[in-house]
Ligand binder design. Structure first.
Ligand code: GLU
Length: 483
């Protein structure tokens, strides 16, 4: 292992968003590519919004995506604990250091006072920020305010004259003026650190070498850089990965499709498809080939192929990729994945015998070509499970209307009766001779048979369908269409 140490630091405050999953993936890829350590740290300082349920959901999603971690929550490690609410003493200690060195101070301003200040700055056309009213309170002032029942926050004293340059591996150098930042809170009045403070203490104490995260945190980075400077700590390298936009170029939201990993799991996307897709959201492979396994992506991943411009979430592309992975998966796996959906929709119930499983595999062998995610199986299996089928539309009705139709249906039924049982090869053979024997062109044979057997004139190969239905059920359908 090298000294490379990266982390994924989710806030467990709700569904695990695809943007978070992409950050996790990029960190994992970076660590694995360069023989580094991948850490998962839980940033749960938002006590009201954080939950264990959300934390578990994130960890389960990471495992499902195949992203294992070396250190962190659950797995432990030398820099634990890895949940921020279990590290409060550490933040307190570091905040006390900044107070002692005069780089942070207690602030007693009330919400109303702060709101009034903001408003005044805004009417003057200035950036709303804290102007430092409590910067120079003496002990007596503090004692008086505390006696009045006020509980202070701790603010960081921003060096206003400083220009903070964030050197970003993706975005290059980005400058921020210290004068526009304002003294920000590092510890709230309940003793809980703010994100910007905890993240710096943790990234430093966990030895993080690269901070790879979403672009939305770029604006927080100058605050974090100032804290590193104040402590005299070396900076990690920063890499801010661009936003994910919908196809219409607005910020990715529910309107553009499912936004959480859990939803994609429920819809029956395969983890390798999602991982492949997420990797392409902002990163581009060296060659033309875009269908890549996690292992293949790992072998070529680097931050210099991460684009600065926003990534566009293209659901059609995800569907295409997922369909591709479905078609290339072992049939047993696809069948196993389909079963819960089939049970839920009532196609299956009770125990699945080995014969039934074998049959399901044959069904899935046909259906897999028509789906882009596993939940869609239920839209395509009806014709195999149905006791009887009726023509589904006018085209199917028309196909069953000609004078030649009874002869076609009867002849196949007769041949199936004679054969007793049928597999794909026999079905193919029977269909082949039918037209010849009746002196009819292919279309006049296949259209009515399709309509009678499947209810539609389009769909899977007829010989495959007949083999899955078996002779008896096919004969029943032919006879029903003859009535
Ligand atoms: N807890 C932050 C989030 O979930 C992490 C930001 C960071 O990686 O520094 O957005």
């Amino acid at each position: 292992m090298t000294d490379t140490r990266v982390r994924f630091a989710p806030s467990p405050t709700g569904p695990f968003h695809i943007g978070g999953a992409r950050s996790a993936l990029f960190n994992w890829l970076f660590a694995r590519r360069f023989g580094g350590t991948f850490i998962v740290r839980i940033e749960d300082t938002d006590l009201e919004r954080s939950s264990r349920e959300s934390e578990e959901n994130i960890l389960e999603s990471l495992r499902w995506l195949g992203l294992d971690w070396d250190e962190g929550i659950e797995s432990g490690g030398p820099h634990g604990p890895y949940r921020q609410t279990e590290r409060l003493d550490l933040y307190r200690e570091y905040a006390a250091r900044l107070i002692a060195s005069g780089q942070a101070y207690y602030c007693y301003c009330t919400g109303e006072e702060l709101a009034a200040e903001r408003e005044e700055l805004m009417t003057r056309g200035e950036l709303p920020r804290y102007l430092g009213r409590c910067r120079n309170l003496c002990d007596e002032d503090r004692a008086r305010l505390e006696a009045g029942g006020r509980r202070p926050v701790i603010r960081f004293k921003v060096p206003v004259e400083e220009t903070v340059v964030v050197s970003d591996l993706v975005r290059g150098e980005v400058s921020f003026e210290g004068s526009g930042i304002g003294d920000f809170i590092i510890v709230k009045s309940d003793g809980i650190p703010t994100y910007n403070f905890a993240v710096v203490v943790d990234d430093y104490s966990m030895g993080i070498t690269q901070v790879i995260r979403a672009e939305e945190h770029l604006s927080n980075t100058p605050r974090q850089v100032l804290l590193y400077h104040a402590f005299g700590w070396p900076l990690p390298q920063f890499a801010h990965v661009s936003l994910i936009l919908g196809k219409d170029r607005s910020k990715m939201s529910k309107r553009h499709g499912a936004t959480s990993i859990e939803q994609y799991m429920e819809l029956g996307y395969l983890p390798e498809a999602l991982v492949n897709f997420l990797a392409l959201l902002g990163w581009s492979p060296q060659g033309e080939e875009e269908v890549l396994s996690l292992e293949q992506i790992k072998e070529q991943f680097s931050l210099d192929r991460v684009a600065k411009n926003p990534a566009v979430f293209d659901l059609d592309k995800l569907n295409w990729l997922n369909g591709h992975y479905i078609r290339h998966s072992p049939l047993e796996r696809i069948t196993d994945l389909a079963i819960p959906y089939l049970c839920k929709k009532g196609f299956l119930s009770g125990e699945i015998t080995p014969e039934r499983y074998h049959w399901l595999k044959a069904v899935m062998n046909i259906v897999k070509d028509y789906i882009s995610c596993m939940s869609e199986v239920t839209e395509h299996v009806g014709l195999f499970f149905a006791e009887k089928v009726d023509p589904a539309d006018d085209e199917a009705r028309a196909a069953l209307a000609g004078d030649h139709v009874p002869a076609v249906l009867n002849l196949l039924a007769e041949k199936l009766r004679a054969a007793g049982s049928v597999d794909e090869d026999t079905a193919r053979g029977l269909l082949k001779v039918l037209g010849k024997e009746l002196g009819l062109p292919g279309k006049k044979v296949f259209m009515p048979l399709r309509a009678a057997i499947t209810g539609r004139i389009h769909g899977p190969e007829l010989h495959q369908v007949i083999a899955v239905l078996g002779a008896e059920r096919t004969i029943n359908r032919l006879e029903r269409a003859l009535l």
